[in-house]
Design a protein around this ligand. Structure first.
Ligand SMILES: NC(=O)CC[C@H](N)C(=O)O
Length: 205
């Protein structure tokens, strides 16, 4: 019998409940994470969409930035969606003064990249390792990935829409990120992929 992994959802700000539901659909047990002791107990972590400046400020005042960095350095799987993608980026552009990230993925991410005139839009995104049909992706004031280091695998680029060709899904080892919101569409392939990654990790470690 395969063990059921416990996946935390960082619950400082953002669409926590939607991710928890999607992870449960993908066969994971979920808990919310706000404090370092709660972080210690999870096998993997989702950083949800929301507002990265608020998430960063709250992470700082809850003294979560260093614990998050340490667990990620120690190999905890993590998946960031939209604002969560910004949080996992080693470098950001368009942040507010002093804005820090947790980091972990060797990439440069531009906040609010798609511009005012296309605040929200949908696009088809074929995703490596997640089935043959392109993912119907919802973008909300989304970032995009401007550049990645050699160890980052590009999982998806927007295939249609106003910014076709942009990198919108990546993976580096046990870390992954999407610029879009797979928790909102009822197609939980991304959450299944992440839950499988966490499950395999718990078997390896
Ligand atoms: N939907 C989202 O998560 C938007 C991200 C937001 N624009 C930010 O910079 O944090």
């Amino acid at each position: 019998m395969t063990a059921v992994p416990t996946i935390g959802v960082l619950a400082l700000q953002g669409d926590v409940r939607e991710h928890a539901r999607a992870l449960e659909e993908a066969g994971a047990r979920t808990v919310t994470v706000r404090r370092p002791d709660e972080l210690e107990r999870v096998d993997g972590l989702v950083l949800p969409g929301g507002e990265s400046t608020t998430m960063w400020r709250l992470a700082r005042s809850f003294e979560m930035l260093d614990p998050l960095r340490k667990r990620i350095e120690a190999g905890m799987p993590a998946y960031g969606s939209c604002a969560g993608m910004i949080m996992l980026a080693d470098r950001i552009r368009g942040g507010v003064a002093g804005q820090e990230t947790v980091g972990g993925i060797d990439m440069t991410v531009r906040r609010n990249a798609f511009g005012r005139q296309v605040d929200s839009f949908e696009a088809a995104v074929p995703l490596t390792g997640m089935g043959d049909t392109p993912y119907h992706a919802v973008f909300i004031r989304a970032p995009w990935v401007e550049s990645v280091g050699d160890s980052v695998e590009i999982l998806g680029r927007a295939e249609s829409g106003p910014n076709a060709g942009r990198i919108v899904a990546v993976r580096q080892g046990r870390l992954m990120a999407t610029a879009f919101h797979p928790e909102l569409t009822g197609d939980f392939r991304v959450h299944h992929y992440f839950a499988d990654l966490v499950r395999r990790t718990t078997e390896e470690d």
